[in-house]
Design a protein around this ligand. Structure first.
Ligand code: HBI
Ligand code: FE
Length: 297
């Protein structure tokens, strides 16, 4: 589980202790690859190895193929320039280093230009399963393999463009839910079963198992308007996962004009994360047991 995005956006960045101003206007910094310590590379290795054992048969084929074709391995935290070289050739994306969460408009501006901002720091050994800000393991291991896929590559760029617009329209919370339930916590149907494509799941040891195998969460066919109205949990496993039929569905989403949708759902009630609607296409109705047990003392 990864407590990551808040719709309000900004918290203090990791690399910015003491209230330092960001080095550049676009908040990018040098990755400083040579400054990683042996202990930091070792944390990467621990995370990489346990996740690599878990993902075959759980991550979607596109994730596995992306990982295979990238210079990402167990021994070292990847070098963003080497990643960018391969990505650039494949889908025209780059990976740039940032100190942590960056303001929404900065984040969107990067995505709109096919630059993926990745946290340069790595979590501490005692935070392997939980962290508040996206670090290099979440951003690189979770997101970058999917950016090798042309559909996701276009979709995330469209999210950047759409994010700039949604901010101005005051509807960013609606759009952020779509990102959350796709790019971060999305599941996809494959011929041999449900698979993970969301980076928040793929970079989490515990949620990888929970999202696919646990009886607790709902697994619901993705419906854009429904998702735009659905709140999400930022500090624990999701109560509902939304399932797309294949990754090309994201390309369709990238080309939809959200404007009329924002107007249609304005003022309509929102759904809580665990709610199941009569109109839902349910793949699994969750027992809700996981979150229920947390609520009862
Ligand atoms: N910054 N580095 C980083 N990574 C994110 O995923 C991110 C961000 N800033 C804002 C943000 N996400 C979200 O609040 C938006 O996607 C809505
Ligand atoms: Fe993320």
């Amino acid at each position: 589980q990864l407590k990551e995005l808040t719709p309000e956006g900004l918290k203090t960045g990791h690399g910015l202790a003491g209230g330092q101003a960001p080095a550049r206007a676009d908040w990018t910094i040098d990755q400083g690859w040579h400054n990683y310590t042996a202990a930091e590379h070792a944390v990467w290795k621990t995370l990489f190895e346990r996740q690599s054992k878990l993902l075959p048969g759980r991550a979607c084929n596109e994730f596995v193929a992306g990982m295979r074709d990238l210079p990402i391995g167990p021994e070292q935290i990847p070098d963003f320039e080497q990643l960018s070289e391969v990505l650039m050739q494949r889908t025209g994306w780059q990976v740039v280093a940032v100190p942590g969460l960056v303001p929404d408009e900065v984040f969107f501006e990067h995505l709109a230009n096919r630059r993926f901002p990745a946290g340069h720091f790595i979590r501490k050994p005692h935070e392997l399963d939980y962290l508040e800000e996206p670090d290099v393991f979440h951003d690189v291991f979770g997101h970058v393999p999917m950016l090798m896929n042309p559909a996701i590559a276009d979709y995330i760029q469209a999210y950047g463009v759409g994010g700039l617009r949604a901010r101005q329209l005051g509807v960013l919370d609606k759009l952020a839910r779509v990102y959350w339930y796709t790019v971060e916590f999305g599941l996809v149907k494959q011929a041999d079963g449900l698979r993970i494509y969301g980076a928040g799941i793929a970079s989490s040891y515990t949620e990888t198992v929970f999202s696919l195998d646990d009886p607790s969460p709902n697994r619901i066919g993705f419906d854009l308007e429904r998702v735009m109205r659905t709140n999400y949990r930022i500090d624990d496993f999701q109560e509902s996962y939304f399932v797309i039929d294949n990754l090309d569905k994201l390309l369709d989403l990238a080309h939809i004009d959200f404007g009329p949708l924002y107007e249609r759902i304005a003022g309509q009630p929102e759904y809580q994360p665990g709610t199941v609607l009569p109109t839902d296409t349910l793949l699994t109705r969750g027992t809700g047991s996981y979150h229920a047990s947390k609520r009862t003392p």
